[in-house]
Design a protein around this ligand. Sequence first.
Ligand code: AMP
Length: 283
Amino acid sequence: MHIIHTIAQLRSELGSTTPNGKSIGVVPTMGALHDGHISLLQSAREQCDVVVMTLFVNPTQFNDPADFLKYPRDVARDSLIAENAGVDFIFAPAPDEMYAQGFDTVVSVPGLSNILEGASRPGHFDGVATVVTKLLNIVRADRAYFGQKDYQQLQVVKRLSADLNIGTEIVACPTVREPDGLAMSSRNVRLTPGQRRAAVVLSKALFEARKSMQAGEMDAVKLAGAIAKTVSDEPLAKLDYAVIVDPENLKPLTTIDLTNRAVALIAAKFGDVRLIDNIELFR
Ligand code: AMP
């Protein structure tokens, strides 16, 4: 496995490794790897000849500078995990390699970006869309792997990739959870033991909603209300939103129509740690 820091070197390595039609898979990450990331790397390893993992804590997607500073970083540990998962190249650029002096472009997907996470984190998805566009242009992979855990991000990435004819297939990977149901996240390490125990309420509320839906409750507003109540009943949780939306345009649904799919999205803070989770609702 090679760790590469510059765009020029990555392009040259990939050019010489993949001359005769070998497929490239890319897994964009911000590091602090956990089993969720590893599942993406494994899918890429199974489906592609060459696997590139990008490792870049992107400053432009943090609307809160303190959150950026506190983001967990451990390149040595991440490199070991990536190597064990069969990664061929880690692309770990410095911020000024990605944002050279004079950088002045923003990729924006406004319809999907200004709601939900975007409403609570202004500018976040412009930062995500811009860096993902750059990474997809830099690597020019056949497939790029993203987690359903970050559901809104996945929809933003699918939209920009289609709209800008990027030519990389966007592969959605299922959410990996802790044994008690909490969705794995690099932010979980910042929870106190009490907050960690309380955080299980998110997945519990989502699983309960899926169960009531499967038992016949098709009123999306009621289901969202029940999710909100379960979370609000947990004293350490501060609910931001609990909604049931159309999976593609993320617009709120009033009823769940069995011919369409629906997804329940949730965000809450535990102390200063903001967690998100979601579940697809199907019968
Ligand atoms: P991050 O390093 O948090 O930017 O995440 C990198 C990629 O890993 C994104 O596509 C995430 O959606 C994905 N990811 C993060 N947590 C999980 C999880 N628990 N299960 C599956 N994928 C995940």
